[in-house]
Design a protein around this ligand. Structure first.
Ligand code: SAH
Ligand code: SF4
Length: 366
């Protein structure tokens, strides 16, 4: 497991082409100049790509017509290519399978609700954390995504919403969750870059509040501390899934390195520094972690803390020996937490028929 984390460099082997979304505004100017373009082209292109959400250079009419294509290819190479789009919930859930420059596949899911539009994005191709109930975990880590490869998923979702392709018509992308493929904290620098691009004002970024960004982690303690040190009000979600180390070791193998106490201590510190309530994610697996004893143990860990528990009914992966909890067990579990004054919700199972529920991005095509 140690190797998996420290192999971050190794997993960056096949680097994708650079793109303006890899850089802040100042670096972008230098990037353009290094490519033999006038520095101000970076600013012009940023206004189209981030400001107007346009990736169609025909619309970039303030650039000389004969040079538009070349400039677009140099500054905004196409990093994610749409391979397949699947819709559910009457078009309110849209899962896109993207092909990267080296043929690897990733997915993102756009979900429209009455009061918000959320995109669930991937931070890695595959994942090295090996959680046995997770589809992404089964295939191991292929490589880290670059900042621009992650930002491009967000930009594409924002464009889809803005163009009125969701049933309700044109809407603004409001929320971003790092709950797709991969462990965001194992690709920390690219994820931090992405957070900046998301929340910086146009043309530097997309101008979406950092408060509306959720980073979900399996619990890489040093990186939770690093995220706190950034001082951004990003929401942290911690995938706990079990109330004892003995059980968590089997569901979340990295627990052997960062046991529950360390993960929760870092989480409470994060809540204090960021001023944001931490979410605890807990996949409800029948007879495994969903009994009265588990609920009581969990309540003992969380009582009195600034926390919100998100129960996720297990979405079984093909061939899985596990299945989702019985409704009665789920209900009892919720009641026990509520009796301890712990805020708890059961996550809705959006897009299950297309394996589009967050954290359950299908490995079927990969
Ligand atoms: N790697 C990060 C983020 C991606 S997974 C993490 O683990 O937190 C997002 C969430 O979906 C995590 O809580 C994860 O444990 C959960 N998840 C993964 N596979 C699932 C499945 N088959 N059913 C329900 N939840 C699942
Ligand atoms: Fe990776 Fe998260 Fe899946 Fe675990 S649950 S294998 S950390 S994506």
């Amino acid at each position: 497991m140690l190797e998996i984390i420290e192999n971050e460099k190794e997993s960056n082997r096949k680097k994708p082409p650079k793109h303006i979304a890899d850089f802040d505004l100042k670096e972008r100017k230098k990037f353009a100049e290094e490519l033999g373009l006038p520095g101000f082209r970076a600013d012009q292109v940023s206004r189209h790509w981030f400001g107007q959400l346009s990736d169609n250079f025909d619309e970039w009419t303030d650039l000389p017509a004969g040079e538009r294509q070349k400039i677009a290819e140099l500054l905004t190479p196409k990093l994610i290519n749409e391979l397949k789009v699947q819709k559910a919930d009457g078009g309110n859930t849209v899962k896109t399978l993207w092909k990267l420059h080296d043929g690897l596949l990733i997915e993102s899911v756009l979900m429209h609700y009455p009061n918000r539009t959320t995109i669930c994005i991937s931070s890695q191709a595959g994942c090295g954390m090996g959680c046995p109930f997770c589809a992404t975990g089964q295939g191991g880590l292929k490589r880290n995504l670059s900042t621009a490869e992650i930002v491009a998923q967000v930009q594409a979702g924002a464009r889809y919403a803005a163009q009125g392709l969701l049933p309700e018509g044109p809407t603004r992308l409001s929320n971003i969750v790092f709950m797709g493929m991969g462990e965001p904290m194992a690709n920390f620098n690219a994820v931090v870059g992405t957070i900046h691009r998301i929340h910086d004002e146009s043309p530097a970024g997309l101008g979406i509040s950092a408060r509306n960004i959720t980073v979900s982690t399996v619990g890489l303690v040093p990186r939770i501390n690093d995220l706190a040190a950034l001082g951004l009000p990003v929401r942290l979600a911690v995938s706990l899934h079990a109330p004892t180390d003995e059980l968590r070791d089997t569901l979340v193998p990295i627990n052997e390195r960062y046991p529950i106490k360390q993960v929760l201590d870092a989480s409470w510190k994060y809540a204090e520094t960021s001023g944001r309530r931490v979410s605890i994610e807990y996949a409800m697996i029948k007879s495994m972690n969903d009994q009265v004893i588990h609920a009581k143990q969990l309540a003992n860990l969380l009582r009195g803390k600034d926390v919100h528990v998100n129960l996720i009914p297990l979405n079984p992966t093909p061939g899985s020996k596990w299945t989702a909890s019985e409704p009665e067990d789920e209900k009892t579990f919720v009641e026990i937490l509520e009796q301890s004054d712990i805020a708890v919700t059961v996550r809705d199972t959006r897009g299950r028929e297309i394996d589009g529920a967050c954290g359950q991005l299908a490995a079927s095509e990969v």
